[in-house]
Design a protein around this ligand. Sequence first.
Ligand code: CTP
Length: 403
Amino acid sequence: MIAYHPSSFFQGKRILLGVTGGIAAYKVVSLARYLAEKGALVTVCMTRHALQIVGKAPFEAVTGQRVYVDSFEEGASLAHIVLPRNHDLILVAPATANIIGKMAHGIADDLLSTLLLVEPRKVLLAPAMNVSMWRNPVVQENLRILQERGVRIVPPASGRLACGEEGEGRLPEVEELVEEVFCALHVPRSLAGKRVLVTAGATREWIDPVRFLSNPSTGLMGCALASTCRAWGAEVRLISGALSVRPPSGIELTRVESALELREAVLASFDWCDVLMMSAAVSDFRPASFAPTKIKRGHEPLVLPLVPNPDILGEVGKEKGNKVLVGFCAETDHVLEEARRKLVAKNLDMIVANLVGQKSGFATSTNRVWIVDRKGNEVAFPLLEKVDVAEKIVEHLVSHFLS
Ligand code: CTP
């Protein structure tokens, strides 16, 4: 499972998980388990209807904590006040139309609906229901009321619903919920009000309808950066080439294939952004022409003329203004020399250099990087998970270029 958050982020976090009676309640056991395994203290409060779908026992087993249901059960007399005060976040997943309606109108007729009234600003709702219920204006109106009061909502996913119908209303996948919890809990939020454009993944240059030139980039680094920038409060747009990982949730995504398409997409969003993080692995060359039918196997060597692709970062570097530009360079040798050279040549503020090989670079979850910036800072990091590298890059960006 890929979730884009720093490895130790959930250590010591206190999460109150409200489970209501939607069929997706069973999925939430895996969420509770993931968060608990990552070091969070997870306390579950279920409604009576949720108990019809999944019992207390799986939650007790994965969290190691007592599961609460009723306000009047043994030892729960002040639970409706103590539980919300003692936790950093209250996630309700799945949130039925019923709990949304109750919260919007101040109805407190069981433990969960009562505790939601105590710390509404800590609440994150993940609605899940049938598509017709979801689209019903009364549900939308209740959500609007809650949002206006500062309650955060995770939009449901679209697809096949438990009832067999198609449409919006699915509870997002566990890894997506994890990211929403990460974003909701992240402090500091020093990128609030900033617009960050991130590129990720590999470009593909088609030779004929069945072959292309590309590279082994998975897009993991760029996806982790996009999620991290969002967690720091930024509005994020992600432009991705080929990805072999799931794109992060909650982020506007534009898919491209070739370097020329990537260039077009970057130029279209460049005016919009305050920060560009160019982590896409761009093909420096493309075939001079595309063969519209499959090139057949022959016995002679095939010579493929290639033409250079534009240097996208170099081009926007010339129009930089007061935007912050972050480049990347993957090198097999002379890492720092190359980073210093590209920093100047492309007019960048920061460049993240990484070593290719030894569990670093392409197609691995870890990276060994150096950050070099135009103020003369050069910081070396040990081999880290890419999700942790993303946090280091954003920390450097914020402390040296945005404060
Ligand atoms: N880059 C780009 N357009 C290209 C090639 C690279 O915008 N055509 C960007 C990459 O996304 C990266 C930075 O420039 O942020 C450095 O990429 P890299 O491939 O290391 O540098 P190149 O300029 O292509 O030089 P070389 O491949 O010769 O090392």
